[in-house]
Design a binder for this molecule. Structure first.
Ligand code: MG
Length: 262
């Protein structure tokens, strides 16, 4: 069961969300051919430490605990890429996902960036994925249940002949990074039976994070136990915001100081 947050609590989460946005600005400013993903991660890690925030991703349990403050996933890597010595090259697309906890409250956001010039079809994949997140946020102000938003997200991606990843979903967020409910970017099988749906009521705070693939929706785990790749090797994009439903409509908690988004 999801926990509803008071306006004061949402205000606290906004402070964490703003730091996450600032961390993304620092990471994005470093993106160029020749920079390693470990260098980007180190910058985000340093920024959170300076800001007295706790990086949320470091130590997440798995076969091996996640070792970094960011997930950095390149091209056919969908999510959960581990930063390391790999250097970016012109034409790569790079998904950066990061989150922090500030004064006990969490924020989580992701975006996919182009390194230099990418081919037009890949640029279109980035645009469609960014747009489907914007669409979802807008619909959160107009729909009464998440399944209605999810259906529109799925239809939008399908119209562009891409596929929505189903193996990973968004999540409730608050005191912990991953809370109830699960937030699929498609109408899940339980939702079709009327289960797993939830109401979009003031106080709900969720991380909405569509992952969209150019080819197949199917993913597999790499031998590092974390990195997810598309099974057909085609590129994948990922955009995420932490979003609160309020009396005045949806509020993006991981936006910039003037409400800037991706
Ligand atoms: Mg997330």
């Amino acid at each position: 069961m999801e926990i509803l947050r008071s306006p004061r609590e949402i205000n606290e989460m906004r402070k964490a969300g703003l730091l996450v946005w600032q961390a993304h600005q620092k990471a994005a400013a470093m993106l160029r051919p020749g920079v390693s993903t470990a260098e980007i991660d180190a910058e985000v890690d340093r920024f959170f430490a300076e800001s007295k925030a706790v990086p949320l991703f470091k130590g997440v349990p798995g076969r091996v605990p996640f070792p970094a403050s960011t997930c950095i996933s390149i091209n056919e890597e969908v999510v959960h890429g581990i930063p390391g010595p790999r250097k970016l090259v012109e034409g790569d697309i790079v998904s950066i996902d990061t989150g922090c906890k500030l004064n006990g409250w969490c924020g989580d956001a992701a975006a996919t960036y182009a390194v230099g010039h990418v081919n037009p079809e890949v640029q279109r994949l980035l645009d469609v994925t960014r747009n489907v997140l914007s669409l979802a946020i807008e619909l959160m102000g107009r729909c009464s249940r998440w399944s209605q938003v999810a259906a529109e997200m799925e239809a939008y991606v399908r119209k562009h002949r891409y596929s929505v990843v189903e193996a990973f979903v968004g999540h409730g967020i608050g005191r912990e990074m991953h809370e109830d409910p699960q937030v699929p970017n498609f109408v899940s099988r339980p939702m079709r039976r009327g289960a797993g749906d939830f109401e979009l009521v003031p106080g709900l705070v969720i991380a909405v994070e569509p992952m969209v693939n150019l080819g197949t929706k199917h993913v597999r785990t790499q031998p590092d136990h974390w990195t997810q790749v598309t099974t057909d090797g085609q590129p994948s994009a990922h955009f995420e915001h932490t979003v609160a439903v309020t009396e005045k409509g949806p509020v993006v908690l991981t936006a910039g100081p003037n409400g800037e988004g991706w």
